[in-house]
Design a protein around this ligand. Structure first.
Ligand SMILES: C[S@@+](CC[C@H](N)C(=O)[O-])C[C@H]1O[C@@H](n2cnc3c(N)ncnc32)[C@H](O)[C@@H]1O
Length: 219
């Protein structure tokens, strides 16, 4: 059985926050999603599992975005408007959102298709759905492979196509993360649930090969 990635944001907030966006070569990836949303003039945006609201910060000022998340500690740092709610039962009427984002969060669910169906329900006709996830084969410098999850890049297109007819997959496979020193490598391992010994595989500074994908769909 596929395992879901542990949802530990209120139990161990320091784990996810050990990741430092300064390591990202070429800036953060939210600009890609924001660009698609703006070019589709998709509003309002529901950033489901939006954490601390990184997507909203990449959108033009004033673009209507609501962050929905189950974690109290994540929501504490998210900009308003924000709502404590689960992706599995969105407290939103049908056909009212211009875009629904589920970025790096569907792997926390036993059955991501339930949340994707919720996204489909709340989207207006031709509304934009976007998900993002990591590949099992990301960070090969540190691991021989992550265990398969309920929503990794290998299976994600098939899962989204169960709900949406038109799905575009935008993959990445590139040197995208620069870890300057041992402290950064250890912090990266912690943020990705890798054992501390994984840090011994590399001599910093090191660049990690990131693999994963965005999935874009229209209702
Ligand atoms: C890796 S973080 C990603 C946050 C944000 N999307 C980003 O990319 O910065 C995953 C987020 O999903 C949230 N989450 C987990 N299960 C959820 C659920 N059932 N409904 C809504 N949010 C959930 C967590 O609390 C966490 O904030």
């Amino acid at each position: 059985m596929l395992r879901r990635v542990p949802d530990d944001y209120d139990i161990d907030p320091g784990r996810w926050r050990a990741h430092d966006s300064a390591w990202l070569r070429g800036g953060d990836p939210f600009g890609h999603v924001a660009g698609r949303i703006v070019s589709a003039d998709a509003r309002p945006v529901l950033d489901v599992g939006g954490g601390t609201g990184a997507l909203g910060r990449a959108l033009p000022e004033g673009w209507p975005v609501v962050v929905l998340d189950t974690s109290v500690s994540q929501l504490r740092d998210a900009p308003a408007p924000k709502l404590r709610a689960s992706a599995l039962a969105l407290p939103v009427g049908s056909s009212c959102a211009g875009a629904v984002a589920m970025l790096w969060m569907l792997y926390h669910l036993d059955d991501p298709a339930v949340a994707i169906a919720e996204a489909h329900r709340v989207l207006r006709d031709r509304g934009v759905f976007v998900a993002a996830t990591i590949s099992r084969f990301s960070d090969p410098e540190l691991t021989d492979g992550y265990a398969p999850t309920t929503f990794d890049a290998e299976d994600a297109p098939t899962i989204v196509r169960r709900v949406f007819d038109e799905v575009e997959v935008v993959s990445w496979d590139a040197p995208l993360v620069d870890l300057p020193d041992r402290e950064a490598v250890v912090a990266f391992c912690r943020s990705h649930f890798l054992p501390r010994e994984a840090a011994d595989r590399v001599v910093p500074p090191v660049t990690l090969t990131k693999r994963g994908c965005f999935l874009y769909a229209r209702k």
